[in-house]
Design a protein around this ligand. Structure first.
Ligand SMILES: *Cc1c(COP(=O)(O)O)cnc(C)c1O
Length: 424
């Protein structure tokens, strides 16, 4: 067998993987159509017909609602904006607690802070990497107002259980569904099981508009509150005779007509793009499921995983060498992987120093919550020791590429004894 690339052998993948690309002539024609119309945005931040945006926005939202299986789909300019709007619509206020997972993109845990809420980190399941519903139950206090569940890496969190818990306790369940469009749990699409779903249309995601996002809900009142927060709602609460004004200070989270036009084309491709990702991930999983100490992604019974990233769990005690060395050798073979995903978010200075909004930190400093090491041991262990992540969403992986990615892992695995002597 060829020597490891780390020792000068020929890499299994000796060419650059193609960048993931989802836009083509269709999107270009759609943008041309908007430019020709001269209407680049149709929004007005006051109560009139234009409060809900221009023709592309409205058509895109109607098409999103159909594809995503919800009554209301509302565009925003990012998933981050969508999470802020969702926290606002949920009525989170100063000192209210919001349950969040520690392993996710940072915006998930920042969203409660915008309204003076307190992010409460709850540990995740060791195999799905999503919130552990039992631990969520144990973390509830009289101040808990909402739960943000992240369908991490494309796999549904324990959404039905969390929704039941939320309904039982009068909480709002928000799904951060940025990584799991068209995933489902028992046939019901992620993003539609919680009270509010939030999607990203950022260019890293399965389908995109460069920047953008979508909030979904089946609840008419939440939909109205999301619309108000999106678009200078202080100007419309009178004409709409809105009774509860909590958090109804509006922002400008509006999407442009061009982004919506691109989004409409992307939606037509969405199912195919997600199918392709699932197919590739299954191919990789099938090619690597027999190696002791390497555990490919688990799919819970009755769920569809859509693989924003393809992640395996690494067990050093079985493989026999540190994860760092294994990943270094894989990288040399041309298979780009990351050790871990992101560090547990409570390690960020913002949490460690308890200063978020103003130097007084109100209400953050008043929180009894501690963000110490060991708070979420499963997440910490996964980050430090176990996760090996392949950013499948960054590349246009062909079947032949997938087979080489598999071959690279198998080659490193077969030669791992050669790595034992190396210093970490
Ligand atoms: C990408 C991502 C976000 C942020 O999305 P933007 O549209 O870039 O704001 C938030 N949460 C998760 C889980 C993500 O993957």
């Amino acid at each position: 067998m060829e020597d490891l690339a780390l020792f000068g052998g020929k890499p299994v993948i000796d060419y650059a993987l193609a960048r993931y690309r989802t836009v083509g002539p269709e999107e270009r024609a759609a943008v041309d159509r908007v430019l020709a119309s001269g209407v680049l945005s149709g929004f007005v931040g006051a109560w009139c017909d234009h409060f809900h945006g221009g023709p592309e926005i409205r058509s895109f939202e109607a098409e999103c609602a159909t594809l995503l299986g919800v009554r209301h789909a509302l565009t925003v300019n990012s998933n981050t904006s969508g999470l802020f709007a969702a926290i606002g619509a949920a009525g989170v206020g100063p000192g209210d607690e919001v349950i969040v997972p520690p392993l996710t993109m940072s915006a998930t845990a920042m969203a409660p802070l915008i309204y003076g809420g307190i992010p409460v980190f709850v540990d995740i399941e060791p195999d799905t990497f999503c919130l552990d519903p039992q631990k969520v139950r144990e973390a509830l206090t009289p101040r808990t107002r909402a739960i943000i569940a992240v369908n991490l890496f494309g796999h549904p969190a324990a959404l039905h259980e969390l929704r039941q818990l939320a309904d039982e306790k009068g909480l709002i369940l928000i799904e951060d569904n940025a990584q799991a469009p068209l995933a489902n749990d028992q046939g019901i699409l992620t993003g539609s099981i919680g009270h509010i779903g939030v999607y990203s249309l950022n260019y890293h995601k399965h389908f995109h508009t460069g920047e953008g996002g979508i909030c979904t809900t089946n609840d008419d009142d939440l939909a109205l509150r999301l619309q108000i927060i999106r678009n200078h709602g202080e100007n419309v609460v009178e004409p709409l005779a809105v009774g509860n004004l909590t958090n109804l200070v509006g922002f400008n989270y509006r999407m442009t007509e061009m982004s919506a036009a691109v989004g409409r084309e992307q939606l037509k491709k969405a199912a195919g793009l997600v199918d392709r990702r699932e197919y590739l991930a299954n191919r990789m999983t099938a090619g690597l499921s027999d190696l002791p100490g390497l555990t490919p992604p688990k799919v819970r019974d009755g769920c569809r995983h859509v693989y924003y990233v393809w992640v395996m769990r690494y067990d050093e005690s079985i493989v026999g060498i540190p994860r760092e060395l294994f990943c270094k050798a894989l990288g040399a073979e041309g298979f780009p992987v990351n050790e871990g995903y992101v560090a547990p978010l409570y390690w960020l200075p913002l949490f460690q120093q308890r200063i978020a909004i103003g130097s007084g930190g109100y209400p953050f400093n008043l929180s009894q919550r501690r963000y110490e090491q060991g708070l979420c041991p499963v997440a910490e262990r996964l980050h430090r020791k176990e996760l090996v992540e392949f950013h499948i969403c960054s590349y246009d992986v062909t079947d032949a590429d997938a087979d080489r990615l598999i071959a690279a892992v198998r080659k490193v695995y077969a030669n791992r004894h050669r790595l034992v002597a190396l210093p970490g």
